[in-house]
Ligand binder design. Structure first.
Ligand SMILES: *Cc1c(COP(=O)(O)O)cnc(C)c1O
Length: 387
């Protein structure tokens, strides 16, 4: 039996040719492939600005800084996410806190957020930034979030690492609602540049700051210089920035992949629909479907329904792995990590995220997954749940 991974990159001959083209060209980095990828991404996502970065973690870090995160400020995010959604605020010296999830969507709960905001207002401890995460590719409740942001004065930094291709109320994720949206192009994600990320925003000033922070905090444009230039060689460092640039090799791969985004997304939708059908009747809680949004289907995550089976998640996980099926678990709640425990968080602090984690299992999902492989996943899972 061959191993079925939980995710797998989709690389075509065209992708390889695109990268080869850059290798034969004048620029390996800081060349024309980067603005070409940014422009295509911005157009596809109906937004004026897309800023390519070395990875989504770097994008989250820069976006936090550009949105003003710093010592003394609070940043709230979902505990049901990858570490980077919270670490990015700590990089800036800000304080991190979490808002529990809605067990139906597995995304940050609007009810929990609202009650936490009411309390925070009373104690003058409102957050500067909230980082919702589009878990598994399902867009978070952006309209409600925007209303709360306008009422309580926080900025929205959407972690859409899972959500390239997703849409909310018929608009692509990354086009509206959030102040900035970050996408990941890690190899397991929907579109890949091996490592890479993108930040989108409608805010001209934010876009300018993101570009400056991405490259050492420097500017070269005559219009942006503070001092009269001594000559055409002049660059000015005006703020403390980083080297978080994407290379032209990655951008060329990204541009080539982006051209297939709609196809890749359709393949994922077909596979998710098929899982829904094949898994009905099993003691599982399947991903929710909502009429006002379309998931990117980065993950197909189920919960073992303990009301209907005595099998535990650990048992099912082991049975699947023993049968050469690469299931995975997303996510260990961030606040339960030793590093966060040392900051004062405790098990029990965010019970919905913890309950979800205890039962969660991500099944293989990637465009090249065949019907026969999918059937094998389902048959193995059925046997594992029966015990
Ligand atoms: C993958 C991921 C990240 C980090 O992305 P990188 O590009 O690997 O830095 C951040 N947040 C979430 C939710 C992710 O899944």
């Amino acid at each position: 039996m061959s191993f079925i991974p939980y995710s797998c990159q989709n690389i075509t001959d065209e992708d390889i040719e695109a990268v080869n083209g850059v290798l034969r060209s004048e620029y390996l980095t800081q060349g024309p492939a980067i603005p070409a990828f940014e422009q295509a991404f911005a157009t596809r996502h109906q937004t004026p600005h897309a800023i390519a970065v070395s990875n989504a973690t770097a994008g989250l870090h820069l976006a936090c800084l550009a949105l003003g995160a710093g010592p003394g400020q609070r940043v709230w995010t979902s505990p049901n996410s990858f570490l980077a959604s919270a670490n990015c605020a700590l990089y800036c010296g800000a304080t991190v806190d979490f808002v529990d999830i809605d067990p139906r969507t597995r995304n940050l709960s609007m009810a929990a957020l609202e009650s936490k905001l009411v309390q925070a207002k009373a104690t003058n401890t409102l957050p500067a930034i909230v980082i919702p995460v589009d878990f598994a590719g399902l867009p978070c409740d952006l309209r409600e979030l925007r209303a709360l942001a306008d009422r309580y004065g926080f900025r929205i930094l959407e972690d859409a690492s899972h959500a390239t291709g997703a849409s909310y109320q018929d608009q692509p994720v990354g086009s509206a609602w959030a102040d900035a949206t970050v996408f990941s192009f890690h190899a397991v994600k929907i579109v890949t540049t091996a490592e890479g990320g993108m930040v989108t925003t409608r805010d001209d000033d934010l876009a300018r700051r993101l570009r400056q922070l991405r490259s050492h905090g420097m500017v070269r444009d005559a219009a942006e210089l503070r001092e009269p230039p001594e000559g055409p060689w002049i660059y000015e460092q005006q703020i403390l920035g980083f080297n978080y640039r994407m290379t032209d090799l990655q951008a060329a791969l990204g541009l080539s992949q982006l051209g297939r985004l709609d196809t890749l997304h359709r393949q994922r939708i077909t596979l998710a629909d098929r899982y829904d059908e094949l898994l009905s009747g099993l003691p599982l809680i399947r991903p929710i479907r909502l009429n006002d949004r379309e998931s990117a289907w980065h993950l197909y995550a189920v919960e073992i329904d303990s009301a209907r089976t005595t099998r535990t998640r650990a048992e099912v996980f082991q049975a699947m792995r023993a049968a050469q099926i690469g299931v995975n678990v997303h996510y260990i709640p961030i606040h339960t990590q030793p590093y966060y425990a040392a900051l004062g968080f405790r098990r029990g602090d965010f019970p919905a995220a913890e309950a979800y984690y205890a039962r969660a299992l991500s099944l293989p999902l990637f465009p090249a997954l065949t019907e026969a492989q999918q059937q094998r996943v389902v048959d193995t899972l059925r046997a594992a749940l029966a015990g």
